[in-house]
Design a protein around this ligand. Structure first.
Ligand code: ADP
Ligand code: TYD
Length: 215
């Protein structure tokens, strides 16, 4: 078994979904609920999550959207993930912590994998990352609703939301197909409800997977 694939005592949870679906809101709420109930939880995000990976985040999400080819962009997202994995995720899992990550490799499969690059995405993942979350919460919602929410935010970052409704729709369909292909780790959560309702649904979904809390 490779170093990257070895089992660890922690629990690795990722949030996935289209821009504006409520991932960040729900990841934070889950983190706060777990922390307040005594779990050793860590909230992190991609692209980013470690100092080096945050620098790469600025490279891929700011500036001229055409500054990188699709292949270079894939390498940058993967480089960011490798640094985040080495310095933050793996040590936390080894220490038995609950790691909550706002986006992970499924986002690369969807966004960088489009346009015929999916095989390269999978090959690079196997070579350089080699780990999947224990649980992936897909916060699902109609593309129009996600786009409206995402557009209401003011940000300097160039997200895929800027490419419009058709891409959002394609990404939503792709995430749902990925969830069907990997039913053991994916759970589809209806994100088009009040935030409190979504949070309660997510907590019910995650609870059976949690380590026993120290008294
Ligand atoms: P993502 O991380 O998926 O892009 P965010 O959590 O940043 O999504 O949410 C996008 C926007 O929608 C934010 O302005 C947030 O306050 C709002 N929002 C999040 N969840 C809900 C919800 N359940 N109902 C209405 N608005 C929401
Ligand atoms: P994020 O900050 O999660 O955006 P949002 O809150 O709008 O969902 O991610 C920023 C953008 O980066 C988003 O449009 C998706 C994209 N992205 C990729 O293209 N590949 C990846 O591997 C990751 C992690 C994100």
């Amino acid at each position: 078994m490779s170093e990257a694939n070895r089992p660890s005592p922690g629990l690795f949870i990722s949030f996935e979904g289209i821009d504006g679906s409520g991932k960040s809101t729900q990841a934070r709420r889950l983190f706060e609920t777990l922390r307040d109930s005594g779990h050793d939880a860590l909230l992190t995000r991609e692209p980013g999550g470690s100092p080096g990976a945050e620098e790469i985040r600025a490279l891929v999400l700011q500036g001229d959207p055409d500054r990188w080819s699709a292949e270079t962009e894939l390498l940058l997202f993967t480089a960011a993930r490798r640094d985040h994995l080495e310095r933050v995720i793996r040590p936390a899992l080894d220490a038995g912590r609950v790691v909550i990550c706002d986006r992970f490799a499924d986002s690369t499969r969807m966004y960088q994998g489009r346009g015929g690059l999916r095989a390269k995405v999978d090959a690079l993942h196997a070579l350089m990352i080699g780990i999947e979350p224990d649980l992936t919460l897909l916060v699902d919602m109609p593309a129009e609703a996600g786009l409206a929410r995402a557009k209401a935010r003011a940000t300097a970052e160039e997200r895929f939301e800027d490419f419009g409704l058709a891409l959002q729709q394609q990404m939503r369909d792709g995430f749902l197909a990925l969830a069907q292909d990997h039913p053991n780790r994916f759970r589809v959560i209806d994100g088009n409800r009040a935030a409190d309702t979504v949070a309660a649904d997510i907590l019910t979904t995650v609870t059976p997977h949690l380590p026993v809390c120290p008294a």
